[in-house]
Write a protein that binds this ligand. Structure first.
Ligand SMILES: Nc1ncnc2c1ncn2[C@@H]1O[C@H](COP(=O)(O)OP(=O)(O)OP(=O)(O)O)[C@@H](O)[C@H]1O
Ligand SMILES: O[C@H]1[C@H](O)[C@@H](O)[C@H](O)[C@@H](O)[C@H]1O
Length: 381
Protein backbone atom coordinates (compact mmCIF):
# COMPACT_ATOMS: atom_id res chain seq x y z
CA UNK A 1 0.00 0.00 0.00
CA UNK A 2 1.51 3.34 -1.00
CA UNK A 3 1.43 4.93 2.43
CA UNK A 4 3.15 8.29 2.64
CA UNK A 5 5.42 7.19 5.48
CA UNK A 6 8.29 9.31 4.22
CA UNK A 7 7.91 12.96 3.23
CA UNK A 8 6.54 12.87 -0.27
CA UNK A 9 9.37 12.76 -2.75
CA UNK A 10 7.49 14.39 -5.63
CA UNK A 11 8.75 17.77 -4.45
CA UNK A 12 8.63 21.11 -6.09
CA UNK A 13 11.75 23.02 -6.99
CA UNK A 14 13.32 24.57 -3.90
CA UNK A 15 11.56 22.24 -1.46
CA UNK A 16 14.71 20.15 -1.02
CA UNK A 17 16.20 23.11 0.84
CA UNK A 18 13.38 23.03 3.39
CA UNK A 19 14.52 22.49 6.92
CA UNK A 20 14.06 18.91 8.09
CA UNK A 21 12.58 18.31 11.55
CA UNK A 22 15.13 19.14 14.22
CA UNK A 23 16.62 16.13 15.97
CA UNK A 24 15.96 15.50 19.63
CA UNK A 25 18.61 15.03 22.28
CA UNK A 26 18.37 11.24 22.02
CA UNK A 27 19.01 11.45 18.29
CA UNK A 28 15.46 10.61 17.15
CA UNK A 29 13.56 12.99 14.91
CA UNK A 30 11.33 15.51 16.70
CA UNK A 31 7.77 14.42 16.02
CA UNK A 32 6.41 17.83 15.24
CA UNK A 33 2.86 17.84 13.93
CA UNK A 34 1.06 20.19 11.55
CA UNK A 35 -2.68 20.78 12.02
CA UNK A 36 -4.47 22.66 9.23
CA UNK A 37 -8.06 23.87 9.61
CA UNK A 38 -9.72 26.97 11.01
CA UNK A 39 -11.24 27.71 14.40
CA UNK A 40 -14.88 28.76 14.33
CA UNK A 41 -17.81 30.00 16.37
CA UNK A 42 -20.43 27.32 17.09
CA UNK A 43 -23.98 28.34 17.98
CA UNK A 44 -25.99 25.40 19.35
CA UNK A 45 -29.74 25.66 18.80
CA UNK A 46 -32.52 23.45 20.08
CA UNK A 47 -36.24 23.95 19.67
CA UNK A 48 -35.58 27.35 18.09
CA UNK A 49 -33.62 28.52 21.15
CA UNK A 50 -29.86 29.14 21.45
CA UNK A 51 -28.69 26.65 24.10
CA UNK A 52 -24.96 27.21 23.80
CA UNK A 53 -22.26 29.27 22.11
CA UNK A 54 -18.83 27.67 22.00
CA UNK A 55 -15.42 27.62 20.42
CA UNK A 56 -15.46 25.21 17.49
CA UNK A 57 -13.49 24.11 14.51
CA UNK A 58 -11.82 20.74 14.30
CA UNK A 59 -8.41 22.38 14.87
CA UNK A 60 -9.50 23.45 18.37
CA UNK A 61 -10.64 19.93 19.36
CA UNK A 62 -7.65 18.29 17.68
CA UNK A 63 -4.94 20.45 19.23
CA UNK A 64 -6.67 20.11 22.63
CA UNK A 65 -6.25 16.31 22.46
CA UNK A 66 -2.78 16.30 20.89
CA UNK A 67 -1.47 18.66 23.57
CA UNK A 68 -2.93 16.43 26.29
CA UNK A 69 -2.28 12.94 24.98
CA UNK A 70 0.87 12.91 22.86
CA UNK A 71 3.76 11.05 24.48
CA UNK A 72 6.08 13.32 26.41
CA UNK A 73 9.60 13.56 25.22
CA UNK A 74 11.84 11.88 27.82
CA UNK A 75 14.41 14.66 27.91
CA UNK A 76 12.08 17.65 27.74
CA UNK A 77 9.18 16.35 29.83
CA UNK A 78 6.69 17.96 27.52
CA UNK A 79 4.67 16.82 24.50
CA UNK A 80 6.18 17.25 21.05
CA UNK A 81 5.24 20.50 19.36
CA UNK A 82 2.11 20.96 17.30
CA UNK A 83 1.83 23.81 14.80
CA UNK A 84 -1.74 24.86 14.04
CA UNK A 85 -2.50 26.83 10.88
CA UNK A 86 -5.99 28.26 11.45
CA UNK A 87 -7.65 31.46 10.27
CA UNK A 88 -10.13 33.71 12.08
CA UNK A 89 -11.48 37.24 11.69
CA UNK A 90 -11.19 40.21 14.04
CA UNK A 91 -14.56 39.17 15.51
CA UNK A 92 -13.05 35.94 16.96
CA UNK A 93 -14.16 35.78 20.59
CA UNK A 94 -12.12 32.78 21.83
CA UNK A 95 -8.55 34.03 21.38
CA UNK A 96 -7.86 33.47 25.09
CA UNK A 97 -9.40 29.97 25.27
CA UNK A 98 -6.69 27.35 25.92
CA UNK A 99 -6.38 25.87 22.41
CA UNK A 100 -6.21 29.17 20.44
CA UNK A 101 -4.05 30.74 23.19
CA UNK A 102 -1.50 27.94 22.79
CA UNK A 103 -1.84 27.91 19.00
CA UNK A 104 -2.75 31.44 17.85
CA UNK A 105 -4.62 31.72 14.55
CA UNK A 106 -3.81 33.92 11.58
CA UNK A 107 -5.99 37.05 11.55
CA UNK A 108 -7.95 37.88 8.37
CA UNK A 109 -10.10 40.74 7.17
CA UNK A 110 -13.01 38.35 6.59
CA UNK A 111 -15.16 37.25 9.55
CA UNK A 112 -14.57 34.12 11.62
CA UNK A 113 -16.24 31.00 10.24
CA UNK A 114 -19.47 30.44 12.10
CA UNK A 115 -21.82 27.44 12.24
CA UNK A 116 -25.36 27.13 13.51
CA UNK A 117 -26.00 23.58 14.75
CA UNK A 118 -29.70 22.79 14.94
CA UNK A 119 -30.19 19.84 17.27
CA UNK A 120 -33.00 17.42 16.67
CA UNK A 121 -35.66 17.05 19.37
CA UNK A 122 -35.61 13.27 18.80
CA UNK A 123 -32.73 10.84 19.26
CA UNK A 124 -30.39 10.38 16.30
CA UNK A 125 -30.18 7.04 14.48
CA UNK A 126 -27.06 5.35 13.11
CA UNK A 127 -27.05 7.05 9.71
CA UNK A 128 -29.22 10.09 10.40
CA UNK A 129 -27.50 13.24 11.55
CA UNK A 130 -27.92 14.26 15.19
CA UNK A 131 -27.88 17.90 14.13
CA UNK A 132 -28.25 20.02 11.03
CA UNK A 133 -25.33 22.30 10.37
CA UNK A 134 -25.44 25.63 8.59
CA UNK A 135 -22.35 27.66 7.82
CA UNK A 136 -23.46 31.24 8.38
CA UNK A 137 -20.07 32.90 7.85
CA UNK A 138 -16.86 31.72 6.20
CA UNK A 139 -13.34 32.95 6.82
CA UNK A 140 -10.69 32.96 4.08
CA UNK A 141 -9.38 29.61 2.87
CA UNK A 142 -5.96 28.38 4.00
CA UNK A 143 -3.51 28.60 1.11
CA UNK A 144 -0.26 26.67 0.54
CA UNK A 145 1.73 29.83 1.33
CA UNK A 146 0.13 29.93 4.82
CA UNK A 147 1.95 26.72 5.79
CA UNK A 148 5.39 26.91 7.42
CA UNK A 149 8.35 26.17 5.16
CA UNK A 150 9.65 23.10 6.94
CA UNK A 151 9.07 19.40 7.30
CA UNK A 152 6.79 17.73 9.85
CA UNK A 153 6.54 14.18 11.14
CA UNK A 154 2.79 14.16 10.55
CA UNK A 155 -0.03 16.41 9.40
CA UNK A 156 -3.77 16.53 10.07
CA UNK A 157 -6.04 18.11 7.46
CA UNK A 158 -9.09 19.06 9.51
CA UNK A 159 -11.11 21.73 7.72
CA UNK A 160 -14.74 22.36 8.59
CA UNK A 161 -15.87 24.85 5.98
CA UNK A 162 -13.94 23.98 2.82
CA UNK A 163 -10.94 26.01 3.98
CA UNK A 164 -8.31 23.34 3.23
CA UNK A 165 -7.90 23.84 -0.52
CA UNK A 166 -6.73 20.91 -2.72
CA UNK A 167 -3.42 22.68 -3.28
CA UNK A 168 -3.05 23.15 0.48
CA UNK A 169 -3.57 19.45 1.10
CA UNK A 170 -1.04 18.71 -1.61
CA UNK A 171 1.49 20.98 0.09
CA UNK A 172 0.82 19.24 3.43
CA UNK A 173 1.55 15.91 1.76
CA UNK A 174 4.86 17.29 0.52
CA UNK A 175 5.83 18.63 3.95
CA UNK A 176 4.63 15.81 6.21
CA UNK A 177 5.87 12.26 6.55
CA UNK A 178 2.31 11.01 7.08
CA UNK A 179 -0.96 12.85 6.49
CA UNK A 180 -4.24 12.03 8.23
CA UNK A 181 -7.38 13.55 6.74
CA UNK A 182 -10.84 14.17 8.09
CA UNK A 183 -13.26 13.49 5.21
CA UNK A 184 -15.37 16.46 6.32
CA UNK A 185 -12.53 18.72 5.11
CA UNK A 186 -12.88 17.35 1.57
CA UNK A 187 -16.51 16.49 0.86
CA UNK A 188 -18.63 19.23 2.42
CA UNK A 189 -20.81 21.42 0.21
CA UNK A 190 -22.74 24.52 1.27
CA UNK A 191 -25.96 25.62 -0.41
CA UNK A 192 -27.10 29.24 -0.78
CA UNK A 193 -28.33 29.14 2.81
CA UNK A 194 -25.10 27.62 4.10
CA UNK A 195 -26.73 24.21 4.78
CA UNK A 196 -24.03 21.54 4.87
CA UNK A 197 -24.30 18.75 2.31
CA UNK A 198 -21.84 16.27 0.84
CA UNK A 199 -20.34 15.44 -2.52
CA UNK A 200 -18.74 12.15 -3.56
CA UNK A 201 -15.01 12.31 -2.86
CA UNK A 202 -14.34 10.79 -6.30
CA UNK A 203 -15.89 13.89 -7.90
CA UNK A 204 -13.59 16.31 -6.07
CA UNK A 205 -10.05 17.48 -6.91
CA UNK A 206 -8.92 15.85 -3.64
CA UNK A 207 -9.50 12.33 -5.01
CA UNK A 208 -6.18 12.16 -6.86
CA UNK A 209 -4.33 12.90 -3.60
CA UNK A 210 -5.77 9.90 -1.74
CA UNK A 211 -2.92 7.50 -2.67
CA UNK A 212 -0.54 9.90 -0.91
CA UNK A 213 -2.60 10.10 2.28
CA UNK A 214 -2.02 7.61 5.12
CA UNK A 215 -5.45 7.64 6.85
CA UNK A 216 -8.85 9.11 6.07
CA UNK A 217 -11.50 9.30 8.79
CA UNK A 218 -15.21 9.58 8.03
CA UNK A 219 -18.36 9.42 10.14
CA UNK A 220 -20.98 6.78 9.21
CA UNK A 221 -22.94 9.54 7.53
CA UNK A 222 -19.92 10.61 5.44
CA UNK A 223 -18.61 7.11 4.64
CA UNK A 224 -20.89 6.50 1.60
CA UNK A 225 -19.50 9.69 0.02
CA UNK A 226 -15.92 8.55 0.63
CA UNK A 227 -16.57 5.13 -0.94
CA UNK A 228 -14.86 2.83 1.54
CA UNK A 229 -14.20 -0.04 -0.90
CA UNK A 230 -12.39 2.17 -3.39
CA UNK A 231 -10.59 4.33 -0.83
CA UNK A 232 -9.20 1.38 1.18
CA UNK A 233 -7.13 0.37 -1.84
CA UNK A 234 -5.23 3.63 -1.45
CA UNK A 235 -5.13 4.35 2.25
CA UNK A 236 -6.55 3.15 5.55
CA UNK A 237 -10.16 4.27 6.03
CA UNK A 238 -11.60 4.73 9.52
CA UNK A 239 -15.35 4.96 9.90
CA UNK A 240 -16.57 6.26 13.24
CA UNK A 241 -19.90 4.94 14.48
CA UNK A 242 -20.83 7.20 17.38
CA UNK A 243 -21.51 5.28 20.59
CA UNK A 244 -20.64 2.02 18.79
CA UNK A 245 -16.96 2.86 18.36
CA UNK A 246 -15.34 2.58 14.94
CA UNK A 247 -14.17 0.32 12.13
CA UNK A 248 -10.93 0.36 10.18
CA UNK A 249 -10.59 -0.81 6.59
CA UNK A 250 -7.27 -1.27 4.87
CA UNK A 251 -6.13 -3.14 1.78
CA UNK A 252 -6.40 -6.74 2.93
CA UNK A 253 -8.03 -6.40 6.32
CA UNK A 254 -10.49 -4.70 8.61
CA UNK A 255 -11.17 -4.40 12.32
CA UNK A 256 -13.88 -3.22 14.68
CA UNK A 257 -12.76 -1.28 17.73
CA UNK A 258 -14.95 -1.19 20.84
CA UNK A 259 -16.15 2.12 22.32
CA UNK A 260 -15.97 3.52 25.85
CA UNK A 261 -19.08 4.40 27.82
CA UNK A 262 -20.04 8.06 27.95
CA UNK A 263 -22.99 10.18 28.96
CA UNK A 264 -23.40 12.27 25.85
CA UNK A 265 -24.28 15.92 26.43
CA UNK A 266 -22.99 17.36 23.14
CA UNK A 267 -21.77 15.34 20.12
CA UNK A 268 -19.82 18.29 18.64
CA UNK A 269 -16.13 17.56 18.15
CA UNK A 270 -16.40 13.79 18.75
CA UNK A 271 -14.96 12.98 15.33
CA UNK A 272 -12.22 15.62 15.66
CA UNK A 273 -11.21 14.37 19.12
CA UNK A 274 -11.28 10.80 17.81
CA UNK A 275 -8.86 11.63 14.99
CA UNK A 276 -6.46 13.41 17.34
CA UNK A 277 -6.59 10.55 19.87
CA UNK A 278 -5.88 8.15 17.02
CA UNK A 279 -2.88 10.22 15.87
CA UNK A 280 -1.60 10.37 19.45
CA UNK A 281 -1.89 6.57 19.58
CA UNK A 282 0.31 6.27 16.49
CA UNK A 283 2.80 8.63 18.16
CA UNK A 284 2.88 6.30 21.15
CA UNK A 285 3.88 3.48 18.80
CA UNK A 286 0.52 1.68 18.66
CA UNK A 287 -0.75 -0.18 15.61
CA UNK A 288 -3.65 1.55 13.81
CA UNK A 289 -6.26 -0.77 15.38
CA UNK A 290 -4.82 -0.21 18.87
CA UNK A 291 -4.49 3.55 18.26
CA UNK A 292 -8.20 3.62 17.41
CA UNK A 293 -8.83 2.71 21.07
CA UNK A 294 -7.28 6.03 22.05
CA UNK A 295 -9.42 7.64 19.34
CA UNK A 296 -12.57 6.11 20.82
CA UNK A 297 -11.48 7.18 24.28
CA UNK A 298 -11.12 10.85 23.33
CA UNK A 299 -14.28 10.73 21.18
CA UNK A 300 -16.16 9.60 24.30
CA UNK A 301 -14.47 12.35 26.33
CA UNK A 302 -15.60 14.96 23.79
CA UNK A 303 -19.29 14.03 23.92
CA UNK A 304 -19.27 14.14 27.73
CA UNK A 305 -18.83 17.92 27.76
CA UNK A 306 -20.21 20.87 25.85
CA UNK A 307 -17.67 22.43 23.47
CA UNK A 308 -13.92 21.79 23.62
CA UNK A 309 -13.49 19.49 26.66
CA UNK A 310 -11.32 20.05 29.69
CA UNK A 311 -9.44 16.93 30.75
CA UNK A 312 -8.97 16.21 34.42
CA UNK A 313 -5.25 15.75 35.24
CA UNK A 314 -6.02 12.49 37.11
CA UNK A 315 -7.74 11.08 34.06
CA UNK A 316 -4.83 12.08 31.79
CA UNK A 317 -2.38 10.58 34.25
CA UNK A 318 -4.32 7.29 34.14
CA UNK A 319 -4.21 7.31 30.31
CA UNK A 320 -0.45 7.92 30.32
CA UNK A 321 0.20 5.23 32.91
CA UNK A 322 -1.82 2.71 30.90
CA UNK A 323 0.08 3.52 27.73
CA UNK A 324 3.47 3.54 29.44
CA UNK A 325 2.74 0.18 31.05
CA UNK A 326 1.53 -1.48 27.87
CA UNK A 327 4.01 -0.08 25.42
CA UNK A 328 7.36 -1.71 25.45
CA UNK A 329 10.22 0.70 26.02
CA UNK A 330 11.98 1.57 22.81
CA UNK A 331 8.96 0.91 20.55
CA UNK A 332 9.21 3.60 17.93
CA UNK A 333 6.30 5.83 17.01
CA UNK A 334 4.26 4.14 14.31
CA UNK A 335 3.80 7.49 12.57
CA UNK A 336 7.57 7.71 12.19
CA UNK A 337 8.08 4.31 10.60
CA UNK A 338 8.49 3.18 7.04
CA UNK A 339 5.10 1.46 6.99
CA UNK A 340 2.19 1.28 9.37
CA UNK A 341 1.03 -1.75 11.30
CA UNK A 342 -2.73 -2.11 11.12
CA UNK A 343 -3.67 -5.29 13.00
CA UNK A 344 -4.63 -5.34 16.65
CA UNK A 345 -1.79 -6.38 18.92
CA UNK A 346 -2.04 -9.05 21.59
CA UNK A 347 -2.31 -6.36 24.27
CA UNK A 348 -5.35 -4.73 22.64
CA UNK A 349 -7.83 -6.01 25.23
CA UNK A 350 -5.58 -5.06 28.14
CA UNK A 351 -5.18 -1.59 26.67
CA UNK A 352 -8.97 -1.31 26.40
CA UNK A 353 -9.37 -2.40 30.02
CA UNK A 354 -6.75 0.13 31.22
CA UNK A 355 -8.40 2.96 29.31
CA UNK A 356 -11.79 1.88 30.66
CA UNK A 357 -10.43 2.65 34.11
CA UNK A 358 -9.47 6.15 32.93
CA UNK A 359 -12.98 6.48 31.41
CA UNK A 360 -14.40 5.67 34.85
CA UNK A 361 -12.39 8.57 36.33
CA UNK A 362 -13.77 10.77 33.57
CA UNK A 363 -17.37 9.93 34.41
CA UNK A 364 -16.71 10.45 38.13
CA UNK A 365 -15.39 13.87 37.26
CA UNK A 366 -18.51 14.57 35.21
CA UNK A 367 -20.82 13.49 38.03
CA UNK A 368 -18.90 15.59 40.57
CA UNK A 369 -19.20 18.61 38.33
CA UNK A 370 -22.38 18.33 36.24
CA UNK A 371 -22.03 21.92 35.01
CA UNK A 372 -18.67 20.92 33.55
CA UNK A 373 -18.69 22.01 29.94
CA UNK A 374 -20.22 25.42 30.32
CA UNK A 375 -23.85 24.86 30.77
CA UNK A 376 -25.59 21.54 30.67
CA UNK A 377 -26.95 18.99 28.30
CA UNK A 378 -27.59 19.86 24.66
CA UNK A 379 -28.73 16.40 23.60
CA UNK A 380 -31.27 14.79 25.86
CA UNK A 381 -34.92 15.08 25.07
N1 LIG B 1 -22.33 8.56 22.72
C1 LIG B 1 -21.06 8.15 22.62
N2 LIG B 1 -20.54 7.32 23.56
C2 LIG B 1 -19.24 6.91 23.50
N3 LIG B 1 -18.40 7.27 22.52
C3 LIG B 1 -18.86 8.09 21.55
C4 LIG B 1 -20.21 8.58 21.54
N4 LIG B 1 -20.36 9.36 20.46
C5 LIG B 1 -19.18 9.37 19.83
N5 LIG B 1 -18.26 8.62 20.46
C6 LIG B 1 -16.87 8.38 20.07
O1 LIG B 1 -16.45 9.40 19.18
C7 LIG B 1 -16.16 8.87 17.89
C8 LIG B 1 -16.64 9.83 16.83
O2 LIG B 1 -18.03 9.98 16.94
P1 LIG B 1 -19.02 10.12 15.69
O3 LIG B 1 -18.98 8.87 14.90
O4 LIG B 1 -20.33 10.56 16.23
O5 LIG B 1 -18.27 11.23 14.86
P2 LIG B 1 -18.82 12.50 14.09
O6 LIG B 1 -20.21 12.21 13.60
O7 LIG B 1 -17.80 12.88 13.12
O8 LIG B 1 -18.86 13.54 15.27
P3 LIG B 1 -18.93 15.13 15.19
O9 LIG B 1 -19.34 15.52 13.80
O10 LIG B 1 -19.99 15.42 16.20
O11 LIG B 1 -17.59 15.60 15.56
C9 LIG B 1 -16.83 7.49 17.84
O12 LIG B 1 -16.15 6.63 16.96
C10 LIG B 1 -16.73 7.07 19.29
O13 LIG B 1 -15.47 6.54 19.54
O1 LIG C 1 -16.90 22.87 15.81
C1 LIG C 1 -17.49 21.93 14.97
C2 LIG C 1 -16.64 20.70 14.87
O2 LIG C 1 -15.35 21.01 14.49
C3 LIG C 1 -17.24 19.66 13.95
O3 LIG C 1 -16.36 18.60 13.71
C4 LIG C 1 -17.63 20.24 12.63
O4 LIG C 1 -18.38 19.24 11.98
C5 LIG C 1 -18.46 21.49 12.74
O5 LIG C 1 -18.63 22.05 11.47
C6 LIG C 1 -17.81 22.51 13.63
O6 LIG C 1 -18.70 23.60 13.76
Amino acid sequence: MPLAAEPDDAREEGEDQLQLPTTTTNGGPALEGLVVGSYCHDVLIRGGRVVGETLGGAAAFVSNVLDAASPQHDALDEPPPVVVVAKVGHDFVYASAPAPARHPPLLCASPTTSFHAQFSETAASAHAPDRELRRVRACDPICPADLPDRRFAYGLAVGVAGEVLPETLERMIRLCRAVLVDAQALIRTFDGDGAVGHVALGDTPYARLLPRVAFIKASSEEAPYVGVETARRWCCVIVTEGRNGCRLYWDGGEARVAPFPAVQVDPTGAGDSFLAGFAAGLLWGLSATDAALLGNFFGAAAVSQVGVPTFHPKMLQAVRETLEEKITKGSSPCINGITFTFERSNMHDELHAGLQEAARLMSEQQQADPANGHGGDICST
